[in-house]
Design a protein around this ligand. Structure first.
Ligand code: F6P
Length: 328
């Protein structure tokens, strides 16, 4: 028989994402609803190892649904990657009388959670929180929608200056090894070309496409480049390569960087985080563990961690066709 859960710990780990606060809020309030204790753990797994705990009640999470970042702070803990670090974390959970954990983060967070669960037989449920949208078994991760809107807004501004100077802009966006942000924001911002790690379309295609654009009367262009794309060594070398091979192009580079992780979460991310937070607490109370709660076809779904972090990122290839046709 499952041990009754009386105290749930919650933490955020890895790169922060807009909507994480809304997720913490939902976990805390679901605990209050079920009349169980909730313990906030600061600085992710690092805080778990260093005993950085604070009891949270429904009022501790007021006025945070609209705030970006994570008030519990986040970290990428090297110590949690070691057996000793995880053993200390387990001891701290036991002495604090925490019976289960909700971890909000991406694939690194889930990898740690899964190992910890297996090593110590400790119930953990994960909530996908990363702007990269690179987790299997969920259509969306918390923060992705907000990041897309941030990128599109930034590129709209770049378009104004690109157009005024008849320039070609290369815009680098985040996503680590995944092209979801680049492909979707690229279509949304009307990019000429979108370069993503999932497809290596090569430099010939890129040059041909730019030549065609010039001929068809385009005076300025935007190319969205995912940070994990392999075509150029890096975006600056790619810019040089284009200028060397197409003399009539004046090229500029913008790396959007961490601006993409900040800002107030979109309504979509707030609702998603609220649903997943409640789903995570429900799962623990039903005896589920070693799983992520996600969203598939608008319904909550529970996926084993191993599956959530498995395989290569897949993109919707229909979007490539949409990008090619709409940028003609
Ligand atoms: O995983 C989120 C993310 O923002 C990636 O898109 C990016 O590659 C990485 O984190 C950057 O990490 P850091 O903030 O540690 O440099």
């Amino acid at each position: 028989m499952e041990q009754k859960i009386k105290n749930i710990g919650v933490l955020t780990s890895g790169g922060d994402a807009p909507g994480m606060n809304a997720g913490i809020r939902a976990v805390v309030r679901a605990c209050a609803y079920h009349k169980i204790k909730c313990t906030g753990i600061y600085r992710g797994y690092q805080g778990l190892i260093e005993n950085d705990f604070e009891e949270l009640n429904a009022r501790s999470v007021r006025n945070i649904i609209n705030r970006g970042g994570t008030f519990l702070k986040s970290a990428r803990s090297r110590r949690f990657m070691t057996v000793d670090g995880r053993a200390s974390a387990y001891e701290n959970l036991r002495s604090e009388k925490i019976d289960a954990l909700v971890v909000i983060g991406g694939d690194g967070t889930f990898t740690g959670a899964s190992i910890f669960n297996k090593e110590h037989n400790f119930p953990v449920i994960g909530i996908p929180g990363t702007i990269d949208n690179d987790i299997r078994g969920t259509d969306y991760t918390i923060g992705y929608d907000t990041a897309l809107n941030t990128v599109v807004e930034a590129i709209d501004k770049i378009r104004d200056t690109a157009n005024s100077h008849n320039r070609l802009f290369l815009v680098e966006v985040m996503g680590r090894d995944a092209g979801d942000i680049a492909l979707n924001a690229g279509i949304g911002a009307g990019a000429e070309e979108i370069l993503i790690p999932e497809e290596n379309l090569g430099t010939d295609r890129l040059l041909e496409s730019l030549k065609r654009s010039k001929k068809s009367g385009k005076t300025s262009s935007i190319i969205v480049v995912a940070e994990g794309d392999q075509i150029g060594k890096n975006i600056f070398e790619l810019a040089e390569f284009i200028e060397t091979n197409l003399e009539d192009y004046e090229v500029r580079v913008t790396v959007l960087g961490h601006i993409q992780r900040g800002g107030s979460p979109s309504c979509y991310d707030r609702v998603l985080a609220s649903r997943l937070g409640i789903g995570a607490v429900d799962a623990l109370l039903e005896g589920k563990r070693d799983m992520m709660v996600g969203i598939k076809d608008r319904k909550l779904t529970y996926v084993p961690f191993d599956l959530a972090i498995s395989g290569e990122n897949e993109i919707d290839i229909d979007l490539r066709r949409v990008a090619d046709i709409t940028s003609i």
